[in-house]
Design a protein around this ligand. Structure first.
Ligand code: SAH
Length: 218
């Protein structure tokens, strides 16, 4: 894990430590998640003008009307999918790439899909710069998943659909789990779906507030 991030300086380490402490206080208990988020330079995933706010517990704008999720949300979703011990993970809604980067330091392979092409380009460059080589990025409507790469041991959806897309359920491996916010803004629930054979069990984790999962690739 350390070697994958070599070359990154110690800038903002104290601010990051404080963020991790806050995550602990908010109930994040998975030491692997805390360790990775304590190392990953979150300020490199936002615009330079917002870098000084990167470690606050808030979502920040990343352009195109989209946001980087707040640290607590990233930690909670990561913790929730690690429960099914995934090796290959699909993320829907790449955005800034931060959630994918966190996952990439904890699992073997991450595939991530984003519908806004400009974000896809930006994120590819960012991953290259950070030396994160186990992430594949695709410009597409993530409601369809990434069929040629599936099945996935886990799926993380970072934009909220009204209903869970059937294609995503179909690409979930047996024993795998998906963490997804479901519902309209103002009444979303973060749910975890676990697939056992042809049965999917749903567990509601907590209230959520995500941007909507939109159709089509922009
Ligand atoms: N995981 C991101 C959070 C991004 S916000 C991060 O760590 O920064 C949600 C993202 O989902 C936005 O970038 C938005 O463009 C994208 N999105 C919305 N609907 C989508 C769809 N149908 N397919 C793929 N991406 C989608």
């Amino acid at each position: 894990m350390h070697s994958r991030l070599s070359g990154i300086g110690m800038t903002s380490q104290r601010t990051r430590d404080r963020m991790v402490q806050r995550l602990r206080e908010q109930g994040i208990g998975d030491a692997r998640v805390l360790e990775v988020m304590g190392k990953l330079p979150r300020h490199l995933f936002v615009d330079e003008a917002l870098a000084s706010r990167a470690y606050e517990d808030t979502a920040l704008p990343i352009g195109f009307g989209q946001t980087i999720s707040q640290p607590y949300t990233v930690a909670r979703m990561t913790e929730a999918v690690l429960a099914c011990a995934p090796r290959k993970v699909l993320e829907v809604g790449t955005g800034s790439g931060y959630q994918a980067a966190v996952l990439s330091l904890l699992v073997d392979e991450v595939c991530t899909v984003e519908r806004i092409d400009a974000l896809v380009r930006q994120v590819r460059a960012r991953f290259r710069q950070l030396g994160l080589r186990n992430i594949r990025v695709k410009h597409s409507d993530g409601s369809w998943g990434w069929e040629t790469q599936g099945p996935f041991d886990a799926i993380v959806v970072t934009a909220a659909p009204a209903e869970i897309p059937a294609a995503l359920l179909a690409q979930l491996a047996d024993g795998g789990c998906m963490v997804i916010p479901v519902g309209e803004r103002g009444s979303q629930t973060l749910a975890r779906i676990t697939r056992k054979g042809n049965v999917c069990e749903r567990e509601d984790l907590e209230p959520a507030s995500f941007v909507p999962l939109l159709g089509g690739a922009g």
